[in-house]
Design a protein around this ligand. Structure first.
Ligand code: TMP
Length: 268
């Protein structure tokens, strides 16, 4: 068994004082300290197949909090706006309130999951180019895949917003693929959510929710070993061990949080 992040966790001490805004399957949103902010709390709960399969994976929330912080900070640095403000503690981060667009934006580089099944493709087959697709966020319907035509017609996002979302998703893909490639991991696919923030009457799009191994497919480049939520979906082993491996490679384990490059040392 490898290092477990949750051992030194303080749990949700102090939570009772905060006003709960929304509880999802893996996270809870509380009112933030300032207007226009929320506190996003990462739970240890894992669900799959629209919550038909459930478990509590000790330490998952702590790892996803760190990993999402790492990816969101990286996106900010390359000029992709996100909802992330700062990490507050082991399980919580301060985020901007956004109006969530009710879409799961999925980018795929290699065939896997529902795409492999739908089209009868071999898992891991390289796609001719990255493919962006949208699912309508509705648990009761099982988040059905929807064409852009539906999105515009039902007013979930405007055509201009969809174009912006596709370019943002592709930038996130380039960033995430590069970061992962650098630590020997292939980014098969991922899901992001996009929110609107209002600057006066003008909406601006930001990456929201989380980016973590819960919402990506990550395969070791050498061995093909899965290091994402498929480990839980497919009963392939210990999920926290897989996420710890990703965090370790990126240098973002809770005990080793400095991932800033050290300055070169002059050798006389
Ligand atoms: P899929 O192949 O099952 O459609 O999943 C595509 C990507 O989206 C994959 O990286 C896993 C992620 N995902 C979520 O983040 N949440 C979900 O509810 C589902 C179904 C997939």
């Amino acid at each position: 068994m490898t290092h477990r992040a949750a051992r030194c966790d303080t749990g949700n001490v102090g939570m009772a004082r905060r006003k709960l805004v929304y509880e999802g399957k893996a996270k809870i949103l509380y009112e933030g300290p300032e207007p226009g902010t929320y506190v996003q709390y990462f739970k240890d709960d894992a669900t799959a197949f629209n919550a038909e399969k459930k478990a509590v994976i000790e330490g998952k929330g702590v790892l996803n909090n760190r990993l999402s912080e790492y990816f969101m900070n990286g996106l900010t640095q390359i000029g992709v706006p996100t909802h992330f403000i700062k990490r507050l503690n082991m399980r919580e981060q301060l985020i901007r309130q956004v109006e969530i667009i009710p879409l799961e934006v999925i980018v795929r580089n290699f065939a896997a999951g529902s795409m492999a099944k739908r089209l009868g493709l071999a898992e891991g087959m390289a796609l001719p180019r990255p493919i962006v697709e949208f699912s309508y966020k509705d648990d009761a319907l099982g988040d059905p895949l929807v064409p852009e035509e539906y999105i515009a017609a039902f007013g979930w996002a405007t055509q201009q917003e969809m174009d912006d979302i596709v370019s943002m998703a592709l930038r996130v893909n380039d960033f995430m693929s590069g970061v992962m490639y650098g630590v020997g991991i292939k980014l098969i696919d991922f899901k992001i959510e996009i929110g609107r923030v209002w600057d006066n009457e003008f909406p601006r799009l930001v990456v929201a929710d989380e980016i973590s191994p819960d919402s990506c497919r990550l395969w070791d480049i050498e061995t093909g070993k899965k290091l994402d939520k498929d480990v839980f979906r497919q009963d392939l082993g210990d999920l926290a061990d897989a996420y710890t491996e990703v965090a370790k490679r990126l240098g973002v384990l809770p005990t080793n949080v400095t991932h800033a490059p050290t300055k070169p040392t002059l050798i006389n």
